[in-house]
Design a binder for this molecule. Structure first.
Ligand SMILES: Cc1cc2nc3c(=O)[nH]c(=O)nc-3n(C[C@H](O)[C@H](O)[C@H](O)COP(=O)(O)OP(=O)(O)OC[C@H]3O[C@@H](n4cnc5c(N)ncnc54)[C@H](O)[C@@H]3O)c2cc1C
Length: 309
């Protein structure tokens, strides 16, 4: 079941091309491999969670470094002889059912099905030392890392109207929560401000300029005013955007939140194009990405049934 040459072009043609080799893409690849389909997993290996020390809550591995999870998953998927990997960044995607074309630098690939699993990108607070602490003492997801905030003093970076709920939810675990708005006005009405005050959340409409302490030992946030807010962990809630450019090029419908709209099988509005993981609506966790990848991978494989593999 080696990829066959596409008509009129020397580019290799696969049953399915999966763009993105995170949990969703690898999960889809394993199921397509089990259906004996020729699959290429194209991954630029720009991991959003590259600096994360531990991923939590994925049963059977809780906790585990994400790099270790990836390594094990890739090793398992590589057992299927019809699955290949390509370290490439796909720049362009075009085509219709059964005839899709992907460009990645000088490389061109053809596929009968596309499965998009390109994830999301985050916006980070502009504070010195951020990346030194990111993934060790600085996080963005309360479900993923809230438990690690138990009994700690927490700083939340953010100013949007979602920050009130974000900060209040951290009180499930934290000893104290202070919101630092990066010098902006907190987008909260009087009722929200009263609620924050009533629950003991401090709002500091100042700019956080530097994280103080060593990786794994955050001590506080130095403000533009010169004061330091003491904390052991920090969270941020600014924005993250689905990596939906290829989906848009292919003509896929997006949701209000700019995720790729899919049905219960992970099929997009474009026949032959599937999507899974954080790129699609829903809670952004490894377990969910793996589940969505499995559903989309199986549906994609079954859509090819009847054809000679
Ligand atoms: C800091 C942090 C901490 C987290 N902690 C946890 C946790 O504790 N527990 C938990 O369950 N979840 C956690 N998550 C969330 C979890 O990592 C995601 O939900 C999960 O990785 C989503 O999987 P995905 O496959 O959809 O996307 P991703 O894992 O983001 O993978 C997307 C892949 O697509 C590739 N890609 C993108 N565009 C292209 C392109 N054009 N061409 C080729 N490749 C491309 C990228 O290189 C990347 O490898 C955390 C996330 C972050 C950022």
């Amino acid at each position: 079941m080696a990829p066959e040459a596409a008509e009129g072009a020397g580019a290799p043609c696969f049953d399915a091309a999966i763009i993105g080799g995170g949990p969703a893409g690898l999960s889809a690849a394993s199921w397509l491999g089990r259906y004996r389909r020729s699959v290429v997993v194209i991954d630029s290996e720009e991991y959003r969670n590259a600096c994360v020390e531990m991923s939590h809550g994925y049963l059977g591995t809780d906790p585990a470094p994400p790099a270790e999870l990836r390594r094990r998953a890739r090793q398992e998927v590589a057992r299927y002889p019809t699955v290949t990997f390509a370290k490439l960044r796909v720049d362009r995607a075009s085509g219709i059912r059964d005839r899709f074309l992907l460009s990645a630098g000088n490389e061109t690939l053809r596929a009968r099905r596309i499965l998009l699993a390109t994830g999301v990108s985050d916006e980070y607070p502009e504070v010195k030392g951020f990346f030194e602490h990111y993934g060790a003492s600085v996080f963005h997801c309360t479900s993923c890392d809230g438990y690690e905030a138990k009994d700690c003093d927490i700083v939340v970076f953010g100013w949007g109207n979602q920050v009130t709920g974000f900060a209040l939810s951290l009180l499930t675990w934290a000893a104290s929560v202070s919101v630092v708005t990066e010098g902006r006005h907190l987008e909260a009405d009087h009722a929200d401000r009263d609620l924050l005050a009533a629950r003991g959340v401090t709002v500091i409409e100042d700019d956080g300029v530097e994280l103080v302490g060593q990786r794994g030992g955050l001590e506080g946030v130095r403000l533009a005013s010169g004061a330091t807010v003491s904390c052991q962990l920090a969270f941020f809630s600014i924005a993250h955007r689905p990596n939906n450019r290829l989906a848009t090029e292919l003509g896929c419908t997006l949701t209000e939140g700019d995720c790729v709209d899919v049905d219960g099988d992970g099929l997009t509005s474009v026949p032959g194009v599937y999507a899974a993981g954080d790129l699609t609506p829903g809670v952004q966790l490894i377990a969910n990405a793996v589940a969505k990848g499995a559903v989309a991978g199986i549906a994609c494989a079954q859509s090819l049934l009847g054809d000679k593999p």
